[in-house]
Design a protein around this ligand. Structure first.
Ligand SMILES: *Cc1c(COP(=O)(O)O)cnc(C)c1O
Length: 431
């Protein structure tokens, strides 16, 4: 399969090149040159397919010949080594728990899949690659864990100082080996801007092969399609219209859901739920896309002022505003409303939501005011323990640390502090 740049100024590339480059030379995101619905039988008879079989059916057309089937199956097998339970919360509302992987956030699947693809491509070439990634919290941990010990790949993670949770910071800064963390004086947007600048800096790119592991990378983005099929597989009653609410920041996850729909998964509507960073809810109201400076919220993994994947959603729907509006709704919720929802759900059903999942839950509730008879699923994108500082006071109870987290809390943080681009460039070139 070929991928073209959404800026249309760069040549088409294969899956392999799209993964290694991350972003096209004209700064555009890569997009598959065709999207073919898969055999109808697969979703009609979903009960007879395993997770791994579904994943293979969904992603193989995009990978094409760049990875042989047996290898791709092995990569999928290694990627999907945990569960994705669908937990009923209220009448017609369930939570799809995507946090049972090594770093307890949904980005584990994309991180693991991408790491294994790169490692496969590297086997043939023996060139060192540096993965440079900006994180608002969870990406860094998932990428660090996915790439830990992968030969030929160095990982450099930029994160905004003081703006990630304690657990997240431990996950970013205590891995060692081929993983290094840079603590940046600034916001997530500043981190992302520095990363983008490095990709365009010939001084750097002439000397080291940089790649990105943000959801702009097709190998991070596309495996997220699997979740939506795994949810559908677990539904007891498939007679109602299926609606997903995705807590959204860079809009990679929801865009992957829409790709799954394009492949034939019977989803009736998507809700892009956001915190106070509401560029997309504004767009859905007036059709004009105006990036904003991000503001800090309690759902920090979604503090994004210019969501990079939204352009892919526009591409899928041929940038037809009416079609987008028919398929996607978008709502924004304040921190106060988010905490209220966490507390209400905990009191009524005993279920603990993290702040991101809670935003997804709120989006579903908002939509269901006018669409009562649907089957609603919100994506619970992180384990509540990752946001202890927020969750414990709201529910008035302690949260037990799962094994994955217990193991890292006593480790010592190792990070270099930087405050501008020049320091990043120097850091990368010293190696
Ligand atoms: C990254 C992240 C999101 C946002 O996902 P996008 O694909 O960027 O929209 C939501 N919740 C959590 C916990 C995350 O880590």
């Amino acid at each position: 399969m070929q991928f073209y740049s959404l800026n249309h100024q760069s040549p088409k590339v294969s899956f392999k090149e799209a993964v290694i480059k991350g972003i096209a030379p004209d700064k555009g995101l890569y997009f598959p040159s065709s999207i073919h619905p898969i055999d109808k039988e697969v979703f009609n008879c979903i009960d007879s397919y395993t997770h791994e079989e579904l994943a293979f059916k969904m992603i193989s057309q995009f990978v094409g010949e760049d990875i042989p089937d047996v290898e791709l199956k092995r990569i999928i097998h290694d990627t999907l080594c945990f569960d994705f339970p669908l937990v009923p919360i209220e009448k017609n509302i369930s939570s799809l728990e995507l946090f049972h992987g090594p770093t307890m956030a949904f980005k584990d699947v994309g991180g693991r899949f991408m790491a294994r693809c790169l490692s496969y491509f590297n086997k043939e070439q023996n060139n060192e690659v540096t993965v440079l990634v900006a994180t608002s919290g969870d990406t860094g941990g998932a990428v660090a864990s996915g790439f830990l010990g992968v030969k030929g790949v160095n990982v450099v993670i930029l994160y905004p100082s003081g703006k990630v949770s304690k657990v997240q910071e431990k996950q970013l800064t205590t891995m060692g080996q081929n993983i290094r963390a840079l603590e940046v004086e600034g916001t997530f947007d500043d981190c992302q801007a520095m990363v983008k600048k490095a990709f365009l800096d010939k001084n750097i790119t002439d000397r080291i092969q940089l790649t990105s592991a943000n959801s702009i990378n097709v190998a991070r983005w596309l495996p997220q399609m699997f979740y939506f099929a795994f949810a559908y597989k677990q539904l007891k009653d498939r007679s109602k219209k299926l609606v997903f609410s995705t807590p959204s920041g860079n809009f990679g996850n929801i865009c992957a859901g829409i790709m799954a729909q394009q492949l034939g998964l019977p989803v009736s509507h998507f809700i892009a739920s956001t915190n106070a960073n509401k560029v997309v809810p504004n767009y859905m109201e007036n059709g004009s896309y105006e990036p904003m400076k991000s503001v800090a919220t309690i759902s920090n993994a979604m503090d994004v002022g210019d969501p990079s994947n939204f352009i892919r959603i526009r591409e899928i729907y041929k940038d037809d505003f009416e079609v987008i509006k028919k398929n996607v709704s978008s709502f924004s919720f304040s921190d106060d409303l988010t905490k209220e929802a966490m507390s209400k759900v905990f009191q009524e059903s005993g279920y603990v939501m993290d702040p991101h999942g809670a935003v997804g839950y709120l989006g579903l509730q908002q939509y269901m005011k006018n669409h009562k008879d649907i089957q609603g699923i919100f994506l619970e994108t992180a384990h509540p323990v990752k946001f202890l500082e927020v969750v414990e006071p709201v529910i008035g109870q302690r949260i037990e640390f799962p094994e994955q987290i217990k193991n890292i809390m006593h480790r010592t943080k190792e990070a270099s502090f930087i405050s501008n681009y020049k320091q990043l460039a120097e850091y990368l070139l010293i190696e």
